[in-house]
Design a protein around this ligand. Structure first.
Ligand SMILES: Cc1cc2nc3c(=O)[nH]c(=O)nc-3n(C[C@H](O)[C@H](O)[C@H](O)COP(=O)(O)OP(=O)(O)OC[C@H]3O[C@@H](n4cnc5c(N)ncnc54)[C@H](O)[C@@H]3O)c2cc1C
Length: 460
């Protein structure tokens, strides 16, 4: 593969080396869980990564995967290492530092006719974080997940201090364990992948109301066969014949003719000003919000051109929206229910959830696509359901009960969203765990790398 360097004026970062900082601080997850640790910040990721026991990107993982296990642990924050190292406009091959954000990539490349082949529901993530979680998105049924299906090669700092370039041919065990491995096999320093060519920077989308969960299952699969991007929002408080009603959003890149050469404006963002008090989110307010949101969609079906930010990243429109859940924070429960569990699995899952009183204003359903090739990648063929749960005294019980359902149905949960799963439950839903731990042991026999999550689930 031949990669040519991008004009260096496009990318900045002349490294003075003076910007390196080491700070003892309270580190927070997106769900507002916090742990004390020592954070290293700077542009020279190769140097900074030597001592660190965990790498951290933009902290958009909801759970404790990017939090230190111990307050003496050193974390390396990667976001200042955000250079584009090479780009070939013919093939779309690109190599970036692991701290580069998807936001920055979109800013530079959308208008130039390229997009990342897989994007999660926020663009405030780094490429290191996208590989470590092997993220999927609205396009997972058509394009798989980012690390498993699109990353060609990576440069890593491993536990014995060596720098290793790994890919499917060179150190493949390290490569596949790192994809979806939540930072536990070493620090990703550089990522190489191939951008997708797009017909215009605009999206042509269709959005429609769906009457209940059974109808959702039909439409997700039928529409998924015709549209490369799709996701559904579910009113997970409704019961009876309305159970699982919601909105289904599908889309594709607009053609040149549809886009008519119009320029893509930069979106303005509001910021959520404060933490809401705990009482503000209760069954009544969530039910009211869900009903209004469902009926706000007045026509049964809407179709037309949309800004890609509105389509891919609706939550990014309001910065700090996670404060809605209050100071105690929230967790996102995300699981995949495999196709083998049958069409009734999603209805069963929702009926358990409503019986538990797990009211959530945000419940998202997706066709999960192909199984990820990473040793702990989340996706498998089936339906993924994700719901936000404000943390309350019964959250552990709700997660335990949902995990029992997922285990019985042969599914699994998504580590990057998880804070509450018990080690024994994770083991029961993850037959690939021993193989992953063996590769981790091979590359890190002294147990250098760890996170709060790895300590909770794997003992170190
Ligand atoms: C609004 C919202 C929507 C989301 N939608 C989706 C979605 O649709 N699909 C999806 O898959 N995910 C989704 N996510 C989750 C998000 O994509 C992942 O948590 C992603 O890993 C976050 O990237 P980050 O840079 O913030 O990583 P962090 O949160 O900082 O870290 C996440 C994990 O990656 C590891 N890591 C980070 N950088 C490196 C590195 N350089 N080397 C080694 N390990 C590293 C960390 O140790 C940690 O284990 C969403 C999150 C939010 C907030």
């Amino acid at each position: 593969m031949s990669l040519v360097s991008l004009n260096s004026s496009v990318e900045k970062n002349t490294d003075s080396g003076k910007q390196t900082r080491q700070v003892r601080e309270l580190v927070a997850s997106w769900g507002n869980q916090t742990r004390k640790g020592i954070v290293l910040r700077g542009e020279r990721l190769k140097e900074l990564s030597r001592e660190a026991v965990l790498a951290r990107g933009l902290g958009r993982s909801y759970g404790d995967s990017a939090l230190p296990a111990d307050e003496s642990d050193i974390l390396v924050e990667t976001m200042m290492a955000d250079r584009i190292l090479a780009f070939d406009p013919e093939s779309g091959h690109i190599r970036v530092e692991a701290g580069m954000s998807l936001f920055e990539l979109n800013r530079l490349f959308l208008r130039r006719g390229f997009f990342c082949p897989v994007s999660p529901g926020t663009q405030f993530v780094t490429f290191g974080g996208m590989v470590a979680s092997d993220v999927h998105g609205k396009m997972s049924h058509a394009s798989g997940c980012f690390g498993s299906h699109h990353v060609n090669s990576m440069l890593m700092r491993v536990a014995d201090g060596r720098l290793i370039e790994c890919n499917a041919d060179c150190e493949p065990d390290l490569f596949w364990a790192t994809i979806g491995g939540m930072g536990l096999t070493g620090h990703i320093l550089e990522v190489e992948f191939t951008l997708e060519r797009i017909t215009s920077p605009w999206i042509y989308s269709q959005s429609r109301r769906i009457a209940n969960i059974d109808s959702f299952m039909d439409h997700l699969l039928d529409d998924g066969a015709q549209w490369p991007h799709g996701v559904g929002w579910i009113d997970c408080v409704s019961q009876g014949r309305n159970m699982g009603r919601g909105l289904l959003d599908v889309g594709r890149w607009a053609s040149e003719d549809e886009a008519q050469g119009r320029s893509l404006p930069t979106k303005r963002r509001a910021s959520f000003p404060m933490y809401l008090p705990e009482w503000a989110l209760n069954r009544f307010t969530v039910k009211s919000f869900n009903t209004l949101y469902y009926w706000k969609h007045l026509q049964k079906k809407r179709e037309g051109i949309r800004h890609p930010d509105d389509f891919f990243y609706p939550l990014d429109a309001i910065l700090n929206w996670n404060k809605v859940y209050g100071r105690r924070g929230f967790t996102q429960y995300q699981c995949v229910l495999p196709s083998s569990a049958g069409r009734g699995a999603a209805r069963h899952f929702l009926s358990v959830l409503t019986a538990l009183g797990g009211a959530s204003p945000l419940c998202v359903i997706k066709d999960c696509g192909e199984e990820g090739k990473g040793m702990l990648s989340f996706p498998m063929k089936g339906i993924s359901i994700a719901l936000d749960l404000a943390i309350r005294d019964n959250t552990q019980q709700i997660v335990d009960r949902l995990n029992q359902v997922v285990i019985e149905l042969g599914g699994r949960i998504y580590l990057t969203k998880d804070t509450f799963t018990r080690a024994e439950d994770f083991r029961r839903m993850e037959p690939r765990l021993d193989a992953f731990l063996a590769v981790r042991e091979k590359w890190d026999p002294k147990g250098k790398f760890s996170s709060a999550q790895s300590k909770r689930l794997f003992g170190r």
